[in-house]
Design a protein around this ligand. Structure first.
Ligand SMILES: Cc1cc2nc3c(=O)[nH]c(=O)nc-3n(C[C@H](O)[C@H](O)[C@H](O)COP(=O)(O)OP(=O)(O)OC[C@H]3O[C@@H](n4cnc5c(N)ncnc54)[C@H](O)[C@@H]3O)c2cc1C
Length: 351
């Protein structure tokens, strides 16, 4: 028997879709991703991008508090022991891994089926649709919700990896307000619109924001360039590339070494944060040629305020179809919409 709903992906969009679909008695099957070395390096292990971060201060419903007891009562012991760091007794905001395990558990409580594997191939030209996994399993389904997210691009320096979550970030809106960045010099790498947006946002908290630009021209639009050059808190370094993130285990990031790509000279700048704004890569490689994607590889929605894609019965949710908002709450919101769209599609088809 084909599945009614298969959800591919395990971030907030996937789990929100699963909670709605399971409460609608559709017994959704979630492919949460495979626990492979490739996925670890790419940052696409199960539970998505939030699982890679520390405290999440902007997800509604989770003010800082003593979450310890609640987590113990909501999560089974094996998930607590395997997936979460020792629980903190002190007051804190929910962490990314805590929040993602709670979402997964909430979906499980209503009968969601979960397979820890990647979907590597889909055939959307026939009905029911056919999916194939990395492990070689084949599954048929009447509807699919694609919630495979995106991954932030990094430069690939070992020092950048070492200080992730301790000063290195790829999301100013997510992390900019954290205490470690307040009234401190910060650095943004990138010269496009989103780099200027991130830099401008960070000026609310930072004492100064350095922008590193590989050339002497912005890729950003004129209006965004003007915003950067006219902001007294933004200091633009042209022809400069990041050579090394400096810091230590206790303090995290304390500065950066930059290289002048014209004469190869280097200099060090004190900084307590480094924000990468060099784009994201949506996880859509397995969909090429099957679903319409935009020029950046994101899934295209075909109807305003609906999660429909170019293939009837295939819905998209979260960052995989959104290169603009990229937040946990917006992903969960579209995950809910996709489940409701799938439910109505199935009802209309009598499936
Ligand atoms: C360091 C960091 C900190 C952040 N902090 C915040 C914050 O504080 N607040 C906030 O709102 N947002 C934050 N964000 C952004 C937020 O994490 C994302 O917007 C959100 O996670 C997107 O959710 P999603 O469900 O679309 O997919 P993702 O979270 O991207 O998850 C998708 C997952 O699906 C799985 N998957 C991918 N391909 C396949 C496949 N082929 N088969 C099976 N499974 C697959 C993988 O496990 C992948 O990770 C942060 C992001 C980062 C990187």
């Amino acid at each position: 028997m084909p599945e009614h709903v298969v959800i591919i992906g395990s971030g907030p969009a996937g789990w929100a879709a699963a909670i709605y679909a399971s409460r609608a008695n559709l017994s959704p099957l979630v492919f949460e991703g495979a626990e492979t070395e490739e996925n670890r390096i790419a940052g696409t292990l199960p539970l998505g991008q939030l699982n890679l971060t520390t405290e999440v201060e902007n997800y509604p419903g989770f003010p800082a508090g003593h979450l310890h007891q609640f987590l113990r009562s909501a999560l089974p012991k094996d998930r607590l022991d395997t997936y979460l760091e020792p629980l903190h007794e002190h007051e804190h905001a929910v962490t990314g891994p805590e929040l993602m395990n709670l979402m997964r558990q909430q979906a499980t409580n209503f009968g969601t089926k979960i397979v820890t594997d990647d979907v590597v191939d889909v055939d959307l030209s026939r009905r029911p649709f056919v999916l194939r996994t990395l492990g070689g399993e084949t599954v048929e389904t009447h509807t699919i919700i694609v919630a495979t997210g995106a991954r932030a691009n990094y430069l690939g320096l070992p020092s950048e990896e070492r200080f992730k979550n301790r000063g290195v970030s790829a999301c100013a809106v997510c992390d900019g307000a954290l205490p470690r960045f307040r009234n401190k010099p910060l650095v943004v790498v990138g010269g496009g619109d989103s780099a200027v947006e991130e830099a401008t946002y960070l000026t609310k908290y930072a004492s100064q924001v350095h922008m590193l630009m590989r050339r002497d021209v912005f890729r950003a639009s004129k209006i965004m360039q003007d915003r950067a050059t006219s902001n007294p808190k933004i200091n633009i370094h042209y022809f400069r590339e990041l050579d090394e993130v400096l810091g230590d285990d206790k303090a995290g990031v304390t500065g950066i070494r930059i290289r002048n790509n014209q004469d190869n000279s280097t200099e060090e700048l004190p900084a307590s944060g480094l924000f990468l704004a060099i784009g994201h890569t949506p996880n859509t490689a397995f969909l090429k040629g099957q679903v319409e994607l935009n020029d950046k590889g994101y899934i295209k929605f075909t109807t305003l305020m609906r999660t429909y894609t170019s293939v009837e019965g295939v819905f998209a949710a979260g960052d995989v179809a959104d290169d603009y908002y990229r937040q946990a709450i917006t992903s969960a919101g579209t995950g809910c919409m996709a489940a409701l769209d799938a439910e109505r599609y199935l009802a209309a088809k009598g499936l």
